[in-house]
Design a protein around this ligand. Structure first.
Ligand code: ADP
Length: 168
């Protein structure tokens, strides 16, 4: 059985992520979507909220499993018996960062390959942070995220505004 992991922040999941996950299911027998819990980053959604949204968004795929992980991605991939880590590539800036990460991960474990998929043209400028920026200002994000994610974003920003927390 060929197993892959798709690691990321998914704060929150977008159609860009879902496109990469769906294409991964065509290549691998099982795909673990792993939500990174990075203590140095301040996410909008908790890790559990992000996993719940991913589970809902990938419900149609029997071979996709969503969960959290902390620590080194390569250790997580090994623990899951993965042969590959699948990453999406958008702009040149993604390439520089991902090249560095792939080289370091290859050094740490030569048996796990990093596989890059080119972004779908429709989503080449889509990122979770851009979606959050638009949503925080009350803009329509329905072209980029499933409707329940758009609702969760609106709910989060309303709650933050009511509690007087600076969301800028
Ligand atoms: P971001 O916060 O930048 O949206 P994540 O850390 O959640 O990214 O990304 C997880 C993975 O999904 C990464 O490999 C990233 O390159 C990929 N990805 C994110 N958005 C897109 C997109 N629009 N098209 C292709 N891949 C994407």
């Amino acid at each position: 059985m060929k197993i892959a992991v798709c690691p990321g922040s998914f704060d929150p999941v977008t159609y860009g992520h879902l496109d990469i996950i769906a294409r991964s299911t065509d290549l691998f027998d099982r795909v673990y979507v792993a939500v990174l819990t990075n203590p140095s980053k301040q996410p909008l959604f908790t890790a559990d909220e992000r996993v719940d949204m991913l589970k809902r968004a990938t419900a149609e795929f029997d071979t996709v499993h969503c969960e959290t992980f902390s620590g080194l991605v390569i250790d997580y991939a090994k623990m899951r018996g993965a042969v590959a880590m699948v990453k999406g590539l958008r702009a040149v800036t993604d390439f520089e960062y991902e090249l560095k990460m792939a080289s370091m991960n290859h050094h740490l474990d030569k048996d796990i390959e990093t596989v890059f998929m080119m972004t779908n043209n429709k989503y080449s400028f889509l990122s979770s942070s851009a979606v959050k920026e638009v949503a925080s200002l009350g803009g329509d994000v329905s072209a980029w995220v499933p409707s329940f994610v758009a609702e969760a974003l609106a709910g989060k920003y309303t709650m933050l505004a009511e509690s007087g927390i600076d969301i800028g």
